[in-house]
Design a protein around this ligand. Structure first.
Ligand code: FA5
Length: 346
């Protein structure tokens, strides 16, 4: 009997030590403490059968073992709770607890407007395309009718990654506009073609309230038979009314870009100052927003399209400036400042 009590104790302690969760804890507790079938209940029953003179000794031993096992079980339960493995602990939810809500981020205003524009153009049957930010000299300039000697390159100075032509390959640069995707799209899809290309562009530029070195444009291109300036103006109107949802004053004036002929500058009346003059519009009352024109025949040829059969229009929307006008942001640099006080307003 003496030995049985010790054996039960040692076995129980071993099993309690090995418990890993509250289910196992419950099982072990039942195994030893169940009133009817528990090991301790059986032991106490057996003690009744031993001789009267030995009964107190075994009774005391059994009670001591019972106390020790209860203590071991309590300690094990505290450990489980501490480690978070106890179901009671895990399943308990204090609904009155005041927890801080997750702060969700949101899309940047430029991304929001870009997506709105994509929807407007998709509804008119335009594809949404993408192009490389690290572009070749060929697509950024040459194929857009801007050879290396052309003065138009001076207005779009950029960051050359690999200017060495001696190695025989095309110099790589950070694209200055989204227009290179015009020729890429023509080469890939041919005519007829309708696409817009939102994207990031770069220029080696002194920054001010309306100029950044890194900003966004949205290129548009439509090529088909008999495309004219009327088609261009119709699409421009759809674009502006879709975004501003109210009438905005625009003006169309001649503009020069080697890759369109004729070329135009579409300006909108500055919405920051209402046309009175401010740093954003350089006191002119107008903001350059949407240069455009009919695609130059040479560019169609670079794209593998016959200019005698097809014509087209293209535009290069200043997306970052459009966002400024839409939300009346008076300094372009705020948009990339990463300042949450600014960004959380959108
Ligand atoms: C171009 O980039 C031509 N690729 C646009 C084009 C496409 C013309 C197709 C004809 C046909 P421009 O350099 O003007 O053109 O830039 C276009 C627009 O980008 C400008 O009207 C202006 O809204 C915006 N932009 C130009 N430079 C900056 C700058 N540094 N910071 C912010 N926005 C700028």
């Amino acid at each position: 009997m003496d030995l049985d009590i010790k054996k039960i104790k040692e076995q129980a302690i071993k099993e309690i030590e090995g418990v890993k969760n509250s289910e196992e804890w419950e099982q072990i507790k039942n195994k030893y403490f169940s009133r009817k079938s528990g090991e301790l209940a059986k032991l106490l029953k057996d003690i009744k059968d031993v001789s009267e003179d030995l009964r107190p000794k075994f009774g005391a031993m059994a009670n001591q073992v019972k106390d020790e096992l209860e203590k071991a079980l309590d300690i094990k339960m505290s450990e489980l709770k501490y480690k978070g493995n106890g179901n009671l602990e895990r399943d308990f939810i204090d609904v009155t607890l005041n927890v801080e809500k997750y702060k969700l981020g949101h899309l940047h205003p430029v991304t929001q407007i870009s997506m709105e524009l994509e929807d407007i153009f998709k509804s008119m049957g335009f594809m949404i395309l993408d192009g490389p930010e690290l572009e070749s000299d060929y697509y950024n300039f040459e194929a857009l009718n801007i050879p290396s000697w052309h003065p138009a390159r001076d207005t779009q100075d950029t960051f050359y990654i690999d200017p060495l032509t001696s190695s025989g390959h095309d110099p790589q640069l950070l694209r200055t506009h989204t227009s290179p995707v015009q020729v890429r799209a023509m080469q890939k899809y041919g005519a007829p073609l309708r696409c817009v290309v939102p994207g990031r562009v770069f220029r080696n530029e002194a920054t001010d309230a309306s100029h950044e070195h890194t900003f966004y444009q949205l290129e548009g291109l439509m090529i088909d038979k008999d495309i004219s300036i009327s088609n261009l103006i119709a699409v421009m109107k759809e674009l502006l009314s879709g975004i501003f949802k109210t009438e905005v004053k625009v003006r169309l004036r001649p503009g020069y870009f080697p890759f369109v002929e004729p070329g135009f500058e579409l300006d909108i009346q500055c919405l920051i100052c209402g046309g009175k003059g401010c740093p954003v519009c350089k006191q002119s009352g107008w903001v350059e927003l949407l240069p455009c024109g009919l695609v130059h025949p040479n560019v169609l040829k670079y794209g593998g399209i016959d200019p005698k059969k097809y014509s087209g229009f293209a535009f290069g929307l200043g997306l970052t400036r459009l966002v400024m006008m839409k939300y009346k942001i008076d300094d372009i640099r705020l948009l990339q400042s990463g300042d949450l006080r600014f960004l959380n307003q959108f």
